[in-house]
Design a protein around this ligand. Sequence first.
Ligand SMILES: [Zn+2]
Length: 495
Amino acid sequence: MLRKPASVLLGFGLSVFVSAQFPGADSPDAKVRKGYDAITISDAKKILSFLAGPECEGRGTGQPGFQKAADFVAKQFKSAGLKPLGDNGTYFQNVPFYRNAVEIKSLTDDEGKSLSTDGFALQSIGDVDLKGEVVLIRTSDPKATLSDEALAAVKGKIVILDPPKEKNSLRSQLFTSDATAIFTLTDEKPTSSTRVAQRKTSTGPVFGAVTGSISRAVAASYSRSLKTALDAEKSSIPVITETKFSLNLVAKGVSEEVPVPNVVGMLEGSDPKLKNEIIGIGGHLDHLGKTGDVIYYGADDDGSGSTAVLEIVKAFKANKVKPRRSIIFMTFYGEEMGLLGSAHLANNPPVPLDQWVAELQMDMVGRDSYGVQNGDRNRVDVEAENKDTIRLVGSKRISTELDQIINQVNRYVGFKFKYDAEDVYTRSDHYNFASKGIPIAFLFDGFTPDYHQPSDTVDKINFLKLTNAAKLYYLTAFEIADREEPIKRDVQSGK
Ligand SMILES: [Zn+2]
């Protein structure tokens, strides 16, 4: 097919650029055109606005928002007619996780009077039974430290720390003391910690000092002496007040089992023999979730990759021409906890791994990178230079043919590939397939200062890039799945 003259495309200006491909890209041929055209910016926006919106609360593994996102993905898989590859005829390949938390049973003063636990929260998770005199430590100076003498004096005491507004070193210094508990005052109402893990971490007594937070107003309500001390002007030199007031706290670690799923579905190949061979397409559905009241939306990481997976599902559905090999679509749990979901799937594959031809991973495919890359001050990206770039990671390690195919189909998309991010090769789900010798390619946009921050939000996504990532992998997957011979491997392991 002839390449469209660039001048014609550019002549249409911004509207063409926004609605379809990067400038200069060719139109794909009829066999894949329907699927390619089914991937749209408006649809991707709808999907990502849900996955990285308030309802899914940052999709923390084991948190309710993750399950909402997983239900959404499963529904999309179903409406595309994918074959469920999870447990008991569902799309969910579940594993048990535990939601570990702490319940405050009683909080009383030395006379046995109940104190409000409404603005009282524990960060320690486990069994707590403590009683002690309260010592208040206050300072307005973020650099203030305590003398050895002062540290020794808090042994066996319950410390309430009224810290400076800025981050300070006093709290960590207090951890070196033998204080029984360290409760930090907050202006907002604190919430007790909940931790999701693969095992129960809530049983048994808390090791070391019990930590927590108390809202300033609630602490002032506990005793007259505490209130008086809190009302006084703060000084830069730390002031230690013996409040002559005691607290008695009983709390219990609790653990609830929650199933957490990989979502897995398959488009069966059209060839009776070749359909036993698999091309995997994956992204991780989880992000950092909600901590207290803060939501880590994870629009780029990896709402973008999950959205692109769903766009590719739609593309295959829209095209009546099915490729000869089968495609398995996967959205993983627990990537942010150490690639857990993909490790589970690679160790418990719904189709034996020796039948897998390739795994195509997308993790962060919607941003124009800028700033320092992966902590390396010699690699500083400029946003304006990265509108149409994307990093191709690991694509030459196991099968150079895979890399060549991606570059060939890219003529219909128009990405400028960068090959400068092999330092993140082990940092996403594809690695669990690569280390077992399956050829992989990892699409990754690079870093911005929003990486792993609550500010990784939908409004910052370049949807042209996101949808083009989906188009690129749609075309790649179709090509690998439909060609006569499976792609060749140059090495046996990508470790
Ligand atoms: Zn991440």
